[in-house]
Write a protein that binds this ligand. Structure first.
Ligand code: GDP
Length: 444
């Protein structure tokens, strides 16, 4: 889980405050010492931590926290505010040019995720109605051009390339002409990376920059490299004057030092974060939501957006109607399971629910990895359409065939049918107002 270590330690520090009715200055100091340790262990830049702790401490002492009836909540709120501020306060968006195409130049070290992120960003903008063009300017890494083409094909986004014999500046210039004559409104240039920051690379990037004058230079850095990512950001910013950062591999980063330091050190915002290898695992970066996640307060807004993105609203409406009329069959049940699975793995979703992050360890028997859902789907998929629509025809020999087909046994099939029938019974009660009636009378 992202920021797991930091999140646990901060919550632990605050839990000690919760038991106290009133706080003294020394209580605040003790807690802030723990917060400081937690941030340093998360690999946050030392100077950033020092300033952060100082500000929080001053606010805690100054804002009547100690006289308050709920001092712990007030301390947490101040930490939340300051974490948000540290990461830039508000979301920083991409600047689009008044005169298309908007040119976005992706830069960064090799392996940071530049090519993958170029594709992800293209996909993200395409979903917003743009017509992006991907441009292959990394002529040194042997597989880079092919990799971008594969990504482009998957996303159905055209890729402009001229092989590896032309200079990156020529390729970039030609791509802009191509974009103009083919009505592309966004051009995403994937540039070359090196293992370390070096002069020749920087010069090449400066040459591309001065020849195509991008609206946005986005630096891609790997969050798992912690403070190195921060140093790399400083170097690229000094050389090119970047406009923002895309922090990749945050899905595997349990510490979070880069996410918390980059803005404060470079004064440049994180615009997007990479949350996985799949091409739709790119999210806009919201400082306030990230602070909430770190403090274990969940992120309901992201959850709702995910649901809107993944659910087919037309299908959802149809299902709702069927449920209300109690006409739901196994076909509908399957559709519903698929929609839920579109949202992604349950454990990742639970992280977004307030308080759930902390409870995860206690949820051993909940089907967080989707195994049970997949078994249920397999059983339904082994039924014929007729059986899915009319479950009452499921006799012993049909059940045996279904069990064989789905790699389960007859008991599993029976259990699913029983659960399904119980669900329908329950819906009927709701429908007739039975359950509601009982609830109102205090029957439950
Ligand atoms: P480039 O050399 O900077 O172009 O890097 P690539 O785009 O080839 O990415 C390097 C590796 O990082 C690939 O295996 C990617 O799948 C992986 N990667 C990129 N972004 C993410 C991310 O957000 N999360 C995870 N887990 N892996 C990522």
């Amino acid at each position: 889980m992202i920021f797991e270590g930091l999140s646990d330690k901060l919550q632990n520090a605050f839990s000690k405050l919760r038991s106290k009715g009133k706080l003294t200055e020394s209580d605040v100091k003790t807690v802030m010492r723990e917060v400081k340790m937690a941030l340093l262990e998360a690999d946050v830049n030392y100077k950033v931590v020092k300033d952060f702790v100082k500000t929080v401490q001053e606010r805690c002492v100054g804002e009547d926290v100690m006289k308050s009836l709920t001092p712990a909540q007030m301390v947490i709120k101040i930490v939340n505010d300051e974490l948000t501020k540290l990461m830039g306060d508000v979301q920083s968006k991409i600047t689009f040019s008044q005169q298309p195409p908007t040119i976005i130049m992706m830069v960064g070290l090799q392996g940071a995720g530049k090519t993958t992120t170029s594709g992800k960003l293209g996909g993200y903008l395409k979903k917003q109605g743009k017509l992006p063009l991907l441009v292959a300017c990394d002529i040194y890494r042997p597989a880079a051009i092919t990799q971008l083409k594969v990504v482009g094909e998957k996303l159905e986004i055209p890729v402009f390339e001229m092989g590896d014999k032309q200079s990156p500046v020529n390729i970039a210039k030609a791509s802009i002409e191509f974009a103009k004559s083919n009505k592309h409104d966004v051009v995403i240039i994937d540039t070359a990376g090196r293992l370390h920051v070096d002069e020749i690379l920087m010069q090449e990037l400066k040459d591309i920059q001065s020849s195509v004058k991008p609206q946005e230079i986005l630096l891609v850095v790997d969050s798992m490299t912690g403070q190195d990512a921060v140093n790399v950001s400083e170097s690229f910013n000094e050389a090119l004057g970047i406009d923002g950062v895309v922090l990749t591999k945050l899905d595997g980063d349990t510490r979070g030092g880069a996410a918390l330091s980059i803005r404060a050190v470079t004064n440049k915002p994180i615009k997007f974060v990479g949350m996985g290898e799949k091409l739709d695992n790119l999210e806009p970066f919201y400082p306030d939501r990230m602070a909430s996640r770190i403090l274990g307060m969940g992120d309901m807004l992201s959850l709702i957006e995910k649901a809107q993105d993944a659910m087919d609203m037309e299908k959802a409406k149809e299902l709702e109607l069927k449920m209300r009329k109690n006409e739901m069959d196994f076909e509908d049940f399957l559709t519903q399971l698929e929609q839920i699975q579109n949202l992604g793995p349950l454990d990742k979703l639970l992280e977004l629910v307030p308080g759930m992050g902390a409870m995860k360890s206690q949820m051993g028997n909940i089907d967080t990895n989707g195994k049970e859902v997949n078994r249920t789907k397999a059983i339904i998929q082994s039924m014929t359409i007729e059986e899915r629509r009319n479950p009452q025809i499921l006799n012993a020999s049909r059940k045996k065939r279904i069990a064989r087909g789905s790699g389960t046994n007859v008991q599993d099939v029976n259990r699913l049918i029983k659960q399904f029938n119980e669900m329908k019974k329950m819906m009927k009660m709701f429908q007739s107002g039975g359950m509601m009636g009982k609830m109102k009378k205090g029957g439950f």
